[in-house]
Design a protein around this ligand. Structure first.
Ligand SMILES: O=C(O)CCC(=O)C(=O)O
Ligand SMILES: [Fe+2]
Length: 215
């Protein structure tokens, strides 16, 4: 039996409400133990097909400040930076993590976007996960492994609403309801020395109408 085959223990049920206004964000600090987290980190670090994508801004090619990968059910493609992306098929480690995320979230996910923050210079800038293929009120389960990084949320119109939360290894942050309409989030760069971090955001990709109004 693998360590992560355990039933939910009492630690798993700890939860903190991070946001309950204009959306819902809930933090579960101990989805995986430290030992399980370290093992999952090294398995994913070596097995994931990491990409270093570039984005095009004002005619310039800019490498993303992190490595990424996308895994999911076959046939769930989505348009990202104007390019149709096809997911890699699930591997066994990702399936196990997905099951744990689904137990907590009470929803079946069909894809995961994975980020590798190699050091403190890697980051993700302010954004909402509001692509049409995620649907009206997406449920996103975000799992952290490796070094702790600070996750910030800020309300789009009420400038005083701002929350920072450190995401340690083994934790899960659940974003749901209207969160993506009203809030943006980021992982800022840091000058502190930090261990590499892997973040997995499990999502449900829905069919969307394309230009010819076909699914
Ligand atoms: O690394 C994180 O915790 C957040 C990643 C994120 O926001 C995203 O991939 O959309
Ligand atoms: Fe995001």
């Amino acid at each position: 039996m693998e360590p992560w085959d355990n039933q939910l223990d009492s630690n798993d049920s700890q939860e903190t409400v991070v946001i309950d206004t204009d959306g819902e964000v809930i933090f579960y600090p101990n989805l995986f133990s430290i030992q399980e987290s370290d093992r999952l980190f090294s398995e994913l670090d070596s097995s994931v097909k990491w990409r270093h994508d570039t984005i095009h801004i004002y005619g310039k090619k800019i490498p993303l400040p992190r490595l990424t990968a996308w895994y999911g059910d076959e046939g769930k493609s989505y348009i990202y930076s104007g390019i149709e992306q096809h997911p890699e098929p699930w591997n066994s480690t990702l399936r196990l993590i997905k099951l744990k995320a689904e137990e907590i979230s009470q929803i079946t996910f069909n894809s995961v976007l994975i980020n590798l923050y190699r050091d403190g210079k890697d980051s993700v800038s302010w954004h909402s996960d509001d692509e049409p293929e995620l649907g009206e009120n997406p449920i996103i389960a975000s799992i952290s492994l490796g070094g702790t990084r600070r996750f910030s949320l800020r309300h789009k119109t009420s400038k005083d609403y701002k929350i920072d939360i450190d995401l340690p290894k083994g934790s899960l942050l659940l974003m749901k309801g209207e969160t993506q309409h009203f809030w943006k989030h980021q992982i800022a760069k840091t000058a502190k020395s930090v261990e590499p971090r892997i973040n997995l955001t499990f999502r449900v990709i829905k069919p969307v109408l394309n230009k010819e109004n076909k699914i």
